[in-house]
Design a binder for this molecule. Structure first.
Ligand code: SAM
Length: 228
């Protein structure tokens, strides 16, 4: 498969953080995943474990990373978009967070993490790079690491394919990269509804909103452990 096979694979994350459109065929110029706070589902995950060393991969504007640091995690947060990381560094108030520009497929980090958090990053990585990405996460894991992946799931009220991904496809990529599925559940990833008005219209999407006006995007929460 070609490495930039569809318009989602060609999404311009750095451009978005500079005010351009994320996808060329529609207007998305506000950050769709910026709800001003950490994702509720991420807070639940963070509360479910004892704080340790956490890697937040594809950290975006850093809300999840800051929530983790507030709960006592020692956080390394990476994103490939330099403008996102600059904004995170400006808002950094805690010593236990390190924000870095890095490609998730080749981070150049040389340490192991107790938890790896992927909050809506998996579906942002082109299909053809996903094995390299998961292998890189495997390199940063030990046999106790929990790797949490939250990614769009196919649903009538969800994101279109191939942005929404079948579980079997994720399982296949994970197994080829040294990971096995420990648990799977359906969750909601919240987003900024106004940012995707044009996208929803052009793609005929019927996305549901919560009482705060945030999008309720059907997603998988997959917990992975290394294959021993
Ligand atoms: C949908 S956003 C999610 C942001 C954040 N995790 C959240 O939940 O608010 C995906 C993020 O992944 C980043 N990203 C995409 N490809 C990446 C890569 N290869 N390496 C690191 N970050 C990447 C994008 O710049 C973007 O900030």
């Amino acid at each position: 498969m070609n490495s930039k096979n569809n318009e989602y694979d060609r999404a311009d994350f750095q451009g978005l953080y500079q005010g351009k459109s994320l996808i060329s065929s529609v207007e998305i110029t506000a950050v769709p995943w910026d709800i001003g706070n950490a994702q509720p589902v991420v807070c639940e995950i963070l509360r479910s474990d004892l704080p340790g060393k956490l890697l937040d991969v594809g950290c975006g504007l850093g809300h999840n990373a800051r929530a983790a640091a507030d709960m006592g995690y020692i956080v390394t947060a990476i994103d490939s978009a330099p403008t996102a990381i600059k904004s995170c560094q400006k808002r950094q108030s805690k010593e236990q967070i390190r924000f870095r520009v890095a490609n998730a497929c080749e981070t150049e980090l040389n340490e192991k993490f107790d938890m790896i958090l992927d909050s809506a990053t998996y579906h942002a990585i082109p299909f053809s790079d996903r094995i390299a990405y998961m292998k890189e996460m495997h390199r940063l894991a030990n046999d106790k690491t929990e790797y949490h992946v939250i990614t769009f799931a196919p649903s009538h009220h969800g994101m279109p394919k191939p942005l929404a991904i079948e579980l079997s496809q994720i399982a296949d990529t994970a197994e080829k990269s040294g990971w096995q599925i420990e648990a799977v559940s359906r969750v909601e990833y919240k987003g900024n509804a106004e940012a995707i008005i044009d996208f929803c219209e052009k793609k005929n999407l019927t996305i549901l909103l919560d009482e705060a006006g945030h999008t309720r995007l059907p997603s998988w929460h997959i917990i992975l452990k290394t294959i021993i």
